[in-house]
Design a protein around this ligand. Sequence first.
Ligand SMILES: Nc1ncnc2c1ncn2[C@@H]1O[C@H](COP(=O)(O)OP(=O)(O)O)[C@@H](O)[C@H]1O
Ligand SMILES: [Mg+2]
Length: 328
Amino acid sequence: MKVVDSILEASSLYHVYESKAEDGNVVALRGIHIDIKAGEAIAVVGPSGSGKSTLMKCLGGLMKPSSGSVVMAGKNMTRLSGKELVHLRQKTVSFIFQEGNLLPDMNARDNVAQPLRHQGMSSRKALKLADEMLDRLGILPRAKALPAKLSGGEQQRVAIARALITNPRLILADEPTGALDPITSREVLALFKDLHENDGVSFLIVTHSKEVASFADRSLELRDGRFVAEHGVGVDVEDLSRNRELIIDETGTVTLPPDILLRIGGPGKYMVGDIDNGHLSLTGEKIAAIGKLELAKVCPACKYDYGDSDDQLCPACGSSRPMVEVGS
Ligand SMILES: Nc1ncnc2c1ncn2[C@@H]1O[C@H](COP(=O)(O)OP(=O)(O)O)[C@@H](O)[C@H]1O
Ligand SMILES: [Mg+2]
């Protein structure tokens, strides 16, 4: 049997942003489990505020989760010293954010070379490798330009060159094409595909784009800090409602996507029937509804207007369509 190693494995991740403000603490992650196998590409979809960026930061060791463990390339990050953590990150993972990836006072070439210099490589060698990478991404002619002089697409390609220069085994990307025009975003995606298929690089990509999500082997849907559904191999985001699994976390919490909630009869009281291993049957009891619910007219994540359609998933970003109270 072939054993596939995990490149990143997190369990029971919780994160609370503490605040003294009136609205109090924000629980951004509520018991996340994820296992990314070496060479796997996973998309994370979900509405704004669902905890996607917090998750990426915790998984990449940029932020310490309030509790839970993250194991990267076999090492438990929560138990490493600051220095060990930096070293592990440097040789394993690179980040790509939506924007603001580059150091403003350095030209493109120096930005790309910077992680290698950081690792102690001589400047000459680092710059030579940086030029090769810029060439691979088709932006060598812009090597001497400062970020402010580059277009959004060029900046993102420089950021990707910098992410790739260390030969990472895993790329964590937070809406990497979110600020790009469709053509540039397609080019970036083609590059990711090439790295995934030919170099075996693993990806975890937060995205609102159907195209990016369909590049992934599977997609996970995040809502209110929990994975509420997993969408299988090669599944188009549009098909999610037909091809998904619900995930029950170790606290026993299961969050139903709105369309499923609607189909079983909406929020209310349910009686538990016979319990069998692997089966749970619920029967709804009629209760006073909390007001009449209807499908939201506009996607809360990307503002897509559903018009007259009764789609359950946003055709533009793949988020589940929520129910809203009529008249509210
Ligand atoms: N630095 C912070 N301090 C307090 N609350 C935060 C902070 N960053 C994010 N949050 C809150 O945590 C939740 C998840 O945010 P985030 O991870 O940015 O979600 P997403 O990337 O899916 O939009 C939101 O309710 C957000 O307001
Ligand atoms: Mg975010």
